[in-house]
Design a binder for this molecule. Structure first.
Ligand SMILES: O=C(O)CCC(=O)C(=O)O
Length: 256
């Protein structure tokens, strides 16, 4: 089970570690009927091993290790690395265009823009479509697009941001699958930046950012000096063709 660390802050936090939904036990001590009530209340069904940080009534982070089997993960990594056309995006910084510290590829029916970069629509390859449908069925999500990130080594990273572009709708629900090397995934409260938590994203895991998560929390994948194997991340999202009015403001990535 991946460890979830908590730091200070006033947010009420319930840490729920679920060892195996198929058995009668749960590490949190919830019996099956309590778990069923919890699932109903939080509108999520989980069948695999899961770790959940319930950050507030409505903002949730759920991690499922080994969502993909080692063989599935290995095969998916190999096909994504080889077959995608990886792009080096740039952002404007201090009046200059600088390359972001990772490569990306975009798949979906609609164009996607962030940090001044627009990705043209591109058909989802069957391997990604399979994983997307599996996630949709398993977690009752509605998805249609994937932003893929390739971290070549420990100096590739992702800065603090929320995925809250208008094209993602009012409450963006995101499922993020990791392939290859493990990396830290750190979240912080947007109001109280000292309120931080982190999980380790291992190859084959999926992390779900649910409910109002994107309104109240930012996330990042920090650089590391430790040896880091190549990693591919697939963030499955639902893109609306026209922006839905909502509370969100356009994402301001403090990156790179
Ligand atoms: O690589 C990751 O795990 C995070 C990716 C991410 O935050 C994003 O694409 O918005």
């Amino acid at each position: 089970m991946t460890l979830v660390s908590q730091s200070r802050g006033n947010t009420a936090i319930v840490l729920l570690q679920i060892t195996d939904y198929k058995s009668q036990r749960t590490a949190s001590g919830l019996n099956d009927s309590a778990r069923a009530r919890y699932e109903q209340k939080t509108n999520c069904q989980m069948k695999n091993k899961a770790t959940e940080i319930r950050l507030s009534e409505s903002a949730r982070l759920v991690l499922i290790d080994n969502f993909l089997s080692p063989l599935e993960e290995q095969q998916l990594f190999a096909s994504c690395e080889k077959e995608f056309t990886w792009e080096q995006s740039e952002i404007a910084m201090f009046g200059k265009r600088v390359p972001i510290p990772r490569l990306n590829a975009w798949f979906g029916d609609y164009a996607y823009s962030y940090s001044g970069k627009t990705f043209a629509p591109k058909v989802l390859p069957p391997a990604l479509m399979n994983v997307m449908v599996r996630i949709e069925n398993e977690f009752s999500l509605d998805l249609n697009s994937v932003l893929a990130n390739l971290y070549r080594d420990g100096s590739d990273c992702m800065g603090w941001h929320s995925d809250d572009e208008a094209s993602l709708g009012v409450d963006p629900q995101i499922a993020s699958v990791s392939l290859g090397g493990s990396r830290r995934f750190v979240i912080r409260n947007r109001q109280d930046k000292s309120d931080k938590h982190e999980v380790l994203l291992t190859g084959g895991s999926v992390v779900l950012m649910l409910g109002t998560f994107q309104h109240h929390w930012q996330h990042c994948v920090p650089k590391t000096k430790k040896t880091a194997s190549k990693r591919i991340n697939l963030t499955f999202r639902l893109i609306y063709p026209t922006a839905k009015p909502g509370k969100s403001t356009p994402a301001k990535r403090s990156e790179v």
